[in-house]
Ligand binder design. Structure first.
Ligand SMILES: Cc1ncc(COP(=O)(O)O)c(C=O)c1O
Length: 389
């Protein structure tokens, strides 16, 4: 079969591929601990789920405006603005089925063939996929362990060119858990203003940071008019399967987003948006409790990993991933991840699932119970010691 050139670069997301292999082993009776999946292991908070169920029961099951329910757009403008010290209007907010459409659709609206887009490597695989779908050229920006997985500003400056049209930032970051410093954001903002570049700031882990404030580039002078903020409910409210995300951007771009949504997905599920409204207007104590629990798990996982000979794991400041350095084993990480799945029954992702600069690292999600994390650490320690013999 012949397919269009524009999809030739697409490949499966590493997490789904490893999950499928892990499930095949489970079907043979093996016990597998899942540290590959990037989603909270908690159920959607009960008051949020009930709001969605109530919406279905009361007939909120029809089409709604493509950019989202006006009440949800207004509530998101207020909530996201307050958390970033900004004033946004409801007209700047676009609701979509997940944060993912807020990555692809702005690129379709803004990029021409030959435009260059700088994106983090290692980084979320959808960035490179979306840049290619928009017909633009992806230019990876290295994130280095020795710099706390902040941007390497020298490498950043070296990769800027006359065709640079957009820069993607992700903080706190997947897969590293790193947070971009205020100094980095100020530098990027200065360049963006000077060279008239768009910023796509993926802030889906904005509320999952531990002991640190997450600065947002949108709040720097002159940046609201050139920033697309992408965020969503999946991680903060344990709502991955509800499919609910949002973007905040200059109003003329939001109007184009509405057209793209109209002609692609139509609109976001109505009852899902009612659940989202309850999530942001209702009590936030469960969000805080879950963050405290993730922090405990992070500490257990990082301490355990650093206790395994050959592993060095920096302390991630946000998201729910550890990104340990495993270069000492001298094996390609794809092979090491396969070995850990087969021998230890622990599913992890090779750093290379997030770009070339992920070689030498594994990504382990700590969105799993303390008990399972402890068990996984023990199994990994045993399997890695055996492989060194
Ligand atoms: C960095 C990053 N951005 C965006 C997404 C997509 O989120 P959503 O489920 O809202 O589409 C994810 C999900 O894993 C992510 O890790």
């Amino acid at each position: 079969m012949n397919f269009a050139h524009r999809i030739a670069h697409l490949k499966a997301e590493g997490a789904y591929a490893v999950l499928a292999r892990a499930q095949a082993l489970e079907a043979q009776g093996r016990n597998i601990i899942h540290l590959e999946i990037g989603q909270p292991d908690f159920e959607t908070y009960a008051h949020v789920a009930l709001a969605g169920i109530r919406a279905i029961a009361t007939g909120q099951t029809r089409y709604n405006p493509p950019a989202g329910l006006p009440a949800l757009r207004a509530a998101l403008a207020e909530d996201a603005g307050r958390r970033r010290g900004m004033h946004f209007t409801a007209e700047q907010v676009v609701v979509a089925p997940g944060a993912k459409p807020l990555l692809l659709l702005p690129m379709l609206a803004l990029l021409e063939a030959g435009d260059e887009v700088l994106y983090p490597d290692p980084g979320f695989p959808t960035y490179e996929a979306a840049i290619g779908l928009a017909g633009a050229t992806p230019v990876p920006l290295p994130l280095l362990e020795e710099q706390g997985f902040d941007l390497d500003l020298e490498a950043f400056d070296a990769r800027l060119g006359p065709r640079t049209r957009m820069i993607i930032l992700n903080s706190p970051g997947n897969p590293t858990g790193g947070i971009l410093s205020s100094r980095t954001l100020a530098h990027v903002a200065e360049v963006a203003r000077r060279q008239d570049i768009w910023i796509l700031s993926d802030e889906i882990y904005f509320r999952l940071a531990y002991d640190v404030e997450v600065p947002s580039i949108v709040s720097l002078p002159g940046m609201a008019e050139r920033t697309i903020l992408a965020d969503g409910f999946s991680k903060t409210y344990a709502m991955t399967g509800w499919r609910l995300g949002f973007g905040i951007m200059p109003q003329p771009l939001a109007e184009k987003m509405e057209l793209l949504l109209t002609h692609s997905v139509g609109c976001t599920a109505t009852f899902t948006q009612f659940a989202g409204l309850e999530a942001i207007l209702g009590p936030q104590d469960e969000v805080e409790a879950v963050r405290a629990e993730f922090r405990r798990r992070r500490d257990l996982m990082v301490q355990g990993l650093n206790g395994i000979p050959g592993i060095r794991c920096p302390l991630p400041q946000g998201a729910f991933y550890a990104f340990p350095n495993v270069q000492a084993f001298g094996r390609p990480v794809a092979e090491l991840a396969d070995y850990l799945l087969a021998e230890a029954g622990v599913a992890v992702l090779p750093g290379t699932a997030f770009g070339h600069n992920g070689e030498g690292y594994l990504r382990l999600s700590y969105a799993n119970s303390m008990e399972n994390i402890q068990k996984a650490l023990e199994r990994m320690a045993r399997a890695l010691a055996a492989s060194a013999d």
